[in-house]
Design a protein around this ligand. Sequence first.
Ligand code: PEP
Ligand code: MG
Length: 836
Amino acid sequence: MQNASDVTEITPSAGIDTSRHGWRAKCLQRLIRMDLPVPRSHAISVQAVQAIAAGQQVPTASLKGLFDSRDGLVSVRPSAVSPEWGGPGTVLNVGINDQVHARLAKRIGRDNADAIYLHFVQSYATNIARLDPDMFAQHGENALADALRCYRDEMDEDFPQDPYRQLAEVLRSMARAWDGPTARLLRQAKGAPAAASLGLVVQEMALAMGPGLSGSGTIQFIDSVTGMPRVTGRFRGQHHGGAVGKGAETLYLTCDDRGPSLENAAPDIFADLVRFGVAARERLREEMKIEFVVTEGRISIIDAARVQRSSRASVRIAVALAREGIIPPDEALMRVEPRALSDLLHYQVDPRAPREVVARGINASPGAATGRIVFNSATAQAAASRGEACVLVRRETVPEDIRGMHASVAVLTERGGTTSHAAVIARGLGLPCIVGSTGLGIDSRRRIMQVGGRTLREGDEITIDGTSGEVLAGAASLLEPALDDAFAQLMEWAGEAGGIGVRANADTVEDARTARRFHAQGIGLCRTEHMFFDDDRLPAMREMIFADTPEDRRLALERILPMQRKDLAALFQAMAGLPVTIRLFDPPLHEFLPHDREGLHELAESLDLPLSDVTRRVDALSEFNPMLGMRGVRLGITVPEIYDMQARAIFEATVDASRTGAPVVPEIMIPLVSAMREVELVKNRVDAVAAAVRNERHSDFTYRLGVMVETPRAALRAGDIAAHSAFLSFGTNDLTQMTYGLSRDDAGRFMGIYVGQGVYAEDPFHILDQDGVGELLLIGAQRAREQSPGITISVCGEHGGNPESIAFCHKAGFDYVSCSPFRVPVARLAGAQAAI
Ligand code: PEP
Ligand code: MG
């Protein structure tokens, strides 16, 4: 500490500021300005703390007179620049020595004075002198004398009697603790910068032991889990700074709680606390938890901190503050973490309840559900038909598992990453899902799995916490979704704040309804192959893929056309005139081929072909690298009848839906494009089908044709491609896969290690890689706009629901993002925040 200005007494007019003295010092100053009874406090600046940590002397001269109060005790609390960053533990009762002890003994009794002195000797010996805590765990009558002796024996000196020396040692120890590697890692995990700094607050202690009503407590005015107004907290009589005195008792705060309460025992004190709380909430513009001490019936407010809160409480609190005019709506929007909203849409494990974690994986789809383990879709369907909740556990999922997923309340897989089949489908269905839980030893034939040394069987109950990625044993206590008025209000404000457009990735009418419930502005991606994932439809899709001759294919397509038309008309109707982007088929063939003998058998039966024929055809269609194989537009170019059929279904559905509902302008999107000529070829055929349908139906309609930019080449050639496109939508799942050369289905195996070692800052399938994939997005958008200034540009990969990626898209001036329906609220809030 170079000069006295490094230590500042906190008074209403003192120059205290958060960046120099930390949040706690600033908060105390605000309480003092409100005339609340805060004990005399001093702020030690972050520069001073740094100097102390670097070994400079602690010139206690600037704290002269600190110990002159009646009791002569002070506390030292951390005051980091942000409350989120934590800090070293508070040290209490600094200043106690034989003399103060004797004085206290007279006032509050010897036992109580002993308890306070002992508590300080213990904490000083272990935290500051770094002696073995076991040696100081004294109890009984001579505990204090024993602890003092033990200190002398170990340190070869008496316990320090000079309060300023005690204080200097405490300050040095706290300053150094902040610089320790563990503390650094912990706070950086909470978002603190590498150079995060710490201030300290030294405060005179009010005595919470003694005659009359004395004790310490906390009070808050909101329920931390629900966010509903409720006074909660505790008052502990005869508890002073960690020391427990004679006649100690714990009281509830209000009469509503079952048991003796402060409200009953001391109604005036309780009323004062409530008054202080209301004032603090208004002045600090936040729900605060207040720490207080009562000394012989007098209140001191010793600290206040932002109430810890669950996601749902964070929404309710922000909305309530804005509704009461304490903060503006924009600030309420900024105060809610967009990700928190997804917690509100689903059941959650009650954070207050015990949880027995048996396995962990990637949190692929949020929410929580409890059910009995099943290892295949048939058992899941059987359980659902009996009305039993079940959790589908698979090594990985394939299209046949969709029916099992529909019948389950949650999904758990051993393999896969954030964009694997199970993850994408579960998010679409709003099912809690954990993927890549590599520790599971699934033996689906014996219907058991080994997790962490224990065996779980079919029928055993587990809870999937898809929000945290934890598998819990048994039925955890769950909180209901909270789509309440506070949520609706926040969404309304988000809509008013503007920002980037948000559409939904929706394949079914149910998805579309969810999307509309959350005010999506349209459908940005309808994956048409997903419309064939259910049991009745899958055979038709397979027939088409398997067709060997043009005639077989024609028959298969004829079967598919009416299904496709009907589904699309229903989707258009559900969206009531909002834009709907239909992606032409993009079935990676491996997702539609059977994987085992049983599957081949089933397929042979459904196609009415000999097993050998089916096996031969499967072999012929098998690809070494299906994700880079006959997918997307490549299928459309090689077998053009397929896209012809789809174009026809889209236009006929357009005519049908426009007749009974709002006019429809379908948007047709071509997947996996890498060359301009692909677009030209498809466009010519789609235009021809449109002309034919107009003719046959004597009906006019328009449509927009666009391209999905999913290959690096398409991004680089976006200028050419834009010449034939009304819109471009970046499919960032494939674009990430191809830019990194990283399989989206297999990356889960080593992603944890890669992120852990800092090779990738984040999983790039989860958060857009702005430096690499992002650069392709910017290049693509710029080249497309140079060619066609009015072209619509969007993102429809999973990143469309990720707040950081949305901020990037907003900054790049994209028109909209499109994401799973259940992520629409998150995207809308993130979009609004980017715009504010
Ligand atoms: C993408 O690749 O980003 C995309 C949206 O398409 P899919 O996930 O269906 O491959
Ligand atoms: Mg794709």
